[in-house]
Design a protein around this ligand. Sequence first.
Ligand SMILES: [Zn+2]
Length: 325
Amino acid sequence: MNVKKILNAFGIMYEETHPAVSKKCVGIDCPYCHDTGKHMGIFLDTGKAFCWKCQKTRFISQVLYKLKGVTQEQFEAVSGIRVRNDDQPKNNLDRIFKKTNTNYVQVEADNSEIIKHFLSFESISSKPYLSAIHHVMLDYVTSRFTWDELKLYGAGYALSGPMMNRLVIPYPAPFIGPPIGFVGRDFTGIAQRKYFVTPGLSLHSHVYPNSAFGDRRTDVLVVVEGIFDSWAITDYLAVALCGKAISIKQISKVISMYPTMDMTLVICLDGDTSIRDRGNVQRELGVFFKNSVMVNLPELLDPSSIPTNELSYYIDKGVESHGKD
Ligand SMILES: [Zn+2]
C-alpha cells in the first residue's frame, strides 16, 4: 500500500518523522480526538491507523471518511485496495474501474481546445515536479499500459480544460490519421462520468481499430467492447465498438476496412456481456465473414484485464474450435 500517495491524493497533510509516533508511520491529525499535533500514525505497510493521543485504532479508509467524507469507492479507486474482501489489489483495481460503467458523455468543446490542454506522456514523465494527481495518473497508466502502447496510440493527459485530469485518447489512433475527436477516460474513479467524448465524434458510428503493426494474424478480426481492450489484443487485428452492441454504420465501417470474406470474426466482449448481446453482434456482423466464433471470457474479466498470452489462448481456442465442426 502506498499510504503517502493515498494521503496526497486526498490532500491530507502528514508528518514523516513524528517524534511521538512510530517510525513505521506518518503522522496526521486525528479526527477522533480533534488533535492538531499529527498524533495519529498511519502504518506505511498496512494502512492501519493508531492515535498516540486517544488510542483510537482504525483503518486508513475509515479515517479518510471521517476527515474528508471520502467514500469507499473513492478510496478503492485511488488506492486500488478493496477492504471488504481479501483479494488482490491489482484485480480489485481492474474491477473498480470496470464497475463505474461505460457511460460516454459528450463535452461542449472543440478538438482544438482539447489539444491545447493535452500533454503527451513523454512530456509528463520528464516534468521535474509532479502533483499528487499526476502521480496517481502515472501509477494508473504504468500499471496497465506500456510506454510504447501509450505512444503508439497517442494517449496523453489533460492538464486543464474540459478533459482536465483525464487520460485522453485521440480517436482514431495517430497511425490511422488525424483525430476526428478525443475520448477522455477518468482514472481516479471519482469523476461522475467515466468517459467524455468531444462533439462530432459519435462513437457508435465508428469503430476503433488496434494497430496493424507488428507480428499479428491478419486473417482474424477480434471485436471487443472498449478501446483498452483493442490495445490488449496484440496477436490479431481488433476493433472496439465502445459498447456491447453494433450499429449499421459500424458494420459498414468494418466491411470497408477489412477483407472480411477471407477472415474469421471473433466476438470477444467482456465477461459480463449477456449471451443475447453477444449473439446479436455475431448474427449482425458474422454474415460478412468467412467464419464467426464467440469467445466467452470468464465473468468479471475483459480482454484488457487478462494477460496477453492467456487472452491469445482463449481466442486461438475459439478460432480452432471452428475448424473442427
Ligand atoms: Zn486521537
